[in-house]
Write a protein that binds this ligand. Structure first.
Ligand code: FAD
Length: 125
């Protein structure tokens, strides 16, 4: 796919996408069902396939081949997202992020941040 984005747009799209990916994994269940595991895997691969910056999509699919999403738990998924983001950071000459801090950085600001994703939402109502 040709790259239609200038540098600023690519950076903004990247920041928004990382925000979404880290927030999704931060809210993913601690003990996901098989259906939830499959859903997260599918979502990551579809996001990569449809990512509108061709250069980023190609890079990320190579990274995914070597580092498939770890969907076994919230912690595993959050650490996986941090790891793949750090691989891109390294390729772009950016600093490594300390993955021990990922839970604090990517709290979504939801009242029930410490509860189980969609389950937490249900329990709130
Ligand atoms: P970003 O890297 O966007 O990070 C946003 C915030 O996330 C940071 O401010 C920090 O608080 C936090 N953060 C940083 N690292 C981590 C981590 N490891 N774990 C958790 N949180 C972290 N750009 C290119 O030029 N070439 C590419 O090939 C390319 N591929 C990309 C592939 C994907 C899937 C995505 C989502 C983006 C890609 N980008 C690429 C964009 C690039 O990664 C950055 O988003 C962009 O350069 C803006 O960088 P930034 O310094 O503002 O922070």
């Amino acid at each position: 796919m040709p790259d239609m984005f200038n540098t600023t747009e690519k950076e903004e799209l990247g920041r928004s996408t990382w925000r979404l990916l880290h927030t999704v994994t931060a809210r993913y269940p601690n003990k996901p069902t098989n259906e939830e595991k499959q859903a997260l895997k599918n979502w990551v691969y579809l996001l990569t396939r449809l990512y509108p910056s061709g250069e980023c999509a190609v890079e990320f699919s190579k990274i995914l081949e070597a580092n498939p999403p770890d969907v076994e738990s919230r912690d595993a998924a959050s650490q996986w997202a941090c790891k793949v983001h750090n691989i891109i950071n390294e390729a772009l000459g950016k600093e490594q992020f300390n993955c021990n801090l990922v839970g604090d950085r990517w709290k979504c600001g939801c009242a029930n941040d410490d509860e189980e994703g969609a389950e937490g939402e249900k329990n709130k109502n």
